[in-house]
Design a protein around this ligand. Structure first.
Ligand code: IMP
Length: 492
């Protein structure tokens, strides 16, 4: 491991470094940036096609950004400044965005009246009118489609009087592509999947399948059923075990115990309880010291999140006086830990991604670099001829006032709060896909310079120069009045 000597030397003189203190050494390379492989892992069982994860912040990740991230090969972590029910709904929106297969389709009974069914549709706000019809023993009896509702002029009739009895079905494990071909050939809009007892165990809807198949990309980060992967943040204690349960019911793929101090009894206890009760990957954090990483892994963490005080909106290091500069923190926590490490916060430009990975991370988590995109939550603000979006720390006054989970993240119990984050605005950045394209372009380029064909090789081969202030100034554009710099964030 090339970087070992560099970091051990620093440790010996008691110095810790961060992004602006270092640059990667370039080396002999046969690697073309366009052909590098960016696959990695967020946690033991959660793959990434690109090593970027969006932060669990209320101005960064709700379903729209999480959908965008997973479609681009990354992962979004839905924030927890929401009630457990609201957060679970956000998760469901991601999981069902490409829902090839509806696991538990809504069925109607054959003896229900059309009037009654229509009432349920109105009450629940369902946007569809296709239902498998079952008898009172739970067996498939027919299907109702929009036509049956449209052509029914007596809504006191029962479903069995107007439904289609001849139903084409398929067996439970029918793959999405086979279902699509079958439905297309037979001109069927819905396809119930039934088991040997004629019970409906799944449903395909043609319009969904057509959308998935036409828009399908091999870059999508999906589960075994073809659904986008998504994570969700939780806090500590009993209410958060219940929150976890609710999120798991909505098929969340990974839970992130998201706290400002991951090496605390409350986090370790919650982690152990969740690992005991549920079969799901749990990433825990945040930490910045190697002993803390060991404790979390011993307690069952499937991944750890490193970063205390690095965030662009964060004042923890200033208010509480703690923290370790991020690049050293990543190296120290990642060494020999045995689970994937996510480097959370403090990245400003694409070049920080290969540096984080080179220091030992398997993925990076971004807040500021993904805030201000089209898909991030919040309205656009027009000010002084520019477009902006709000971005705030989860420990900012506004976020803590808005939700108790934000207060809990910073262990604030009194009404008078001591914020550890700030609130503000960031320039509107445009579409997430364009932003990520630039970030990945920088990562690919960095890998090309290092000679790393994949993420693991970057972690193996990366070595660093410690730079001086003069080196830092030289690194940035200088002696020019910049008129165009679309993929560069200058230091103010
Ligand atoms: P950024 O990418 O540099 O903007 O940092 C984002 C990260 O900062 C998040 O993923 C959190 O780990 C962390 N964070 C979020 N809100 C706060 C806060 O209010 N204070 C300190 N850290 C925060």
């Amino acid at each position: 491991m090339a970087r070992l000597q560099f970091f051990e030397n620093l440790k010996n003189i008691g110095v810790a470094v961060t992004y602006d203190d270092v640059r990667l050494k370039s080396g002999h390379s046969k690697v073309e940036p366009a052909s590098v492989i960016l696959e990695s892992k967020f946690s033991r069982n959660i793959p990434l096609k690109i090593p970027i994860v969006s932060a669990a912040m209320d101005t960064v990740t709700e379903h729209k950004l999480a959908i965008g991230m997973a479609k681009l090969g990354g992962l979004g972590i839905i924030h927890k400044n929401l009630s457990a029910e609201e957060q679970a709904k956000e998760v469901a929106k991601v999981k069902f965005h490409l829902h090839g297969l509806i696991d538990k389709p809504i069925c109607v009974y054959e003896d229900e009246t059309i009037e009654n069914i229509q009432k349920r549709i109105d009450e629940k706000g369902w946007k569809f009118h296709s239902f498998p019809v079952i008898n009172r023993s739970g067996k498939l009896a027919g299907i109702l489609t929009k036509n049956d509702f449209d052509f029914c002029d007596d809504d006191s009739q029962e479903a069995k009087d107007v439904m289609t009895e001849q139903v084409l079905t398929k067996e439970p494990d029918t793959p999405l592509e086979d279902a699509y071909d079958f439905m297309k050939k037979n001109k069927k809009k819905i396809l119930p999947l039934v088991n040997d007892d004629l019970e409906v165990v799944g449903l395909y809807v043609f319009s969904d399948l057509a959308r998935i198949i036409k828009g399908k990309s091999s870059m999508h980060n999906v589960d075994k059923k073809g659904r986008l992967l998504v994570g969700a943040a939780i806090g500590v204690g009993v209410p958060n075990i219940l929150r976890a349960e609710m999120l798991i019911k909505k098929q969340v793929d990974v839970l992130v115990i998201d706290t400002a101090h991951g090496d605390s009894k409350a986090v370790l206890d919650t982690l152990m309880q969740i690992k005991k009760r549920f079969k799901i990957d749990v990433v825990a954090g945040n930490i910045s010291e190697p002993d803390s990483a060991l404790r979390l892994v011993e307690a069952g963490a499937d991944g750890i999140k490193v970063g205390q005080g690095a965030g662009s909106i964060c004042t923890t290091r200033i208010i509480a006086g703690i923290g370790c500069p991020q690049v050293s923190a990543i190296y120290n926590c990642a060494s020999g830990i045995g689970v994937p490490v996510c480097a959370d916060g403090g990245l400003r430009n694409s070049g920080d991604i290969p540096i984080a990975i080179g220091a030992g991370a398997h993925s990076v988590m971004m807040g500021g670099m993904l805030s201000g995109t089209e898909e991030s939550p919040g309205e656009m603000i027009f000010l002084e001829g520019r477009q902006w979006k709000r971005y705030r720390g989860m420990g900012s006054l506004g976020a803590m006032r808005a939700h108790k989970e934000s207060r809990a993240r910073y262990r604030v119990t009194s009404k008078k709060m001591v914020p550890e984050g700030v609130e503000g605005m960031v320039p509107y950045k445009g579409r997430l896909a364009d932003v990520i394209f630039q970030y990945l372009g920088g990562l690919r380029s960095g890998m090309g310079y290092v000679g790393a064909a994949n993420i693991e090789e970057l972690r193996e081969k990366a070595d660093f120069h410690r730079i001086t202030h003069a080196g830092f100034v030289e690194s940035h554009p200088h002696d020019i009045h910049i008129t165009e710099a679309s993929n560069y964030t200058p230091r103010e």
